[in-house]
Design a binder for this molecule. Structure first.
Ligand SMILES: [Zn+2]
Length: 256
């Protein structure tokens, strides 16, 4: 297997367990040599842990509470469970967490939980994988006051000013499927001049929650990379190298 693509955001645990082996094999045949699996709820922590333990140096776990799946009644319990889980288990990042003002989960609750994730990020010195929908302004306001160990705005979409703010805060952006859409003109323009050390490639497969795009799969990482190389008019090898280097810096881990 050629060491080519790292997917920084793949919900591999969403696939039926019976398909795991064949999907991984297919990924390897397409030169995808590592992927980060972010959790969305405490209910999938153990599944993700099992997948990463079964596939060491291939799948890497991140644990967190996704804003769309918060349960107001159990929030304190779930946060303590997360804290305890991070204290006793290997993780490469914390997430996915963040704010989603499109969902009907109470905004104050989301903010409170997001702030807890920032604290955990500093406590365990792990980077944050941040989900945002209709909430980037608020996220940036929070990050300006309280900085996590490190962070990536997963599946970035926003204004030039917001993008600059992310980089001013030393953050990363996740470049995913939405960068490929024909209508994503603003994003494509931004990507043409993106700093080479500030991005991670991702698919968010099997589903892009934000766009409800349902035909996503892990192999689309190639399309995302090819598209970026076209936008920037550089060779695909350069994108591959940058993505590996950026992932190693962001996740503080040597994948190669
Ligand atoms: Zn996700």
């Amino acid at each position: 297997m050629q060491k080519y693509f790292i997917d920084s955001h793949l919900h591999f645990d969403f696939y039926p367990q019976n398909d795991h082996k064949s999907i991984k094999q297919n990924m390897q045949e397409h030169n995808i040599f590592a992927a980060i699996i972010p959790a969305i709820h405490i209910n999938n922590f153990l599944t993700i842990q099992k997948i990463s333990q079964k596939n060491p140096a291939y799948f890497y776990p991140a644990y967190g509470l996704h804003p769309c799946f918060l349960e107001a009644r159990n929030i304190q319990e779930n946060l303590s469970y997360l804290d305890d889980f991070l204290a006793h288990n290997q993780a490469i990042a914390i997430g996915e967490c963040g704010l989603d003002f499109y969902s009907d989960i109470d905004a104050d609750l989301q903010i409170k939980v997001f702030l807890s994730h920032i604290e955990l990020s500093n406590k365990y010195k792990l980077p944050l994988i941040i989900h945002t929908r209709k909430s980037l302004e608020k996220i940036l306001q929070i990050l300006e006051k309280k900085s996590p160990h490190n962070f990536v705005i997963h599946n970035f979409s926003g204004s030039d000013i917001q993008l600059k703010k992310i980089f001013d805060l030393d953050g990363f952006i996740g470049i995913g499927r939405s960068s490929v859409y024909a209508k994503a003109l603003r994003l494509q323009k931004q990507l043409a001049n993106i700093p080479t050390n500030r991005y991670l490639l991702e698919t968010d497969a099997p589903k892009d929650i934000k766009t409800q795009y349902s035909e996503n799969n892990p192999l689309f990482i190639q399309q995302v990379a090819n598209n970026l190389s076209k936008i920037r008019a550089v060779k695909i090898e350069q994108i591959v190298e940058e993505n590996i280097r950026n992932s190693e810096i962001f996740f503080q881990h040597s994948f190669t």
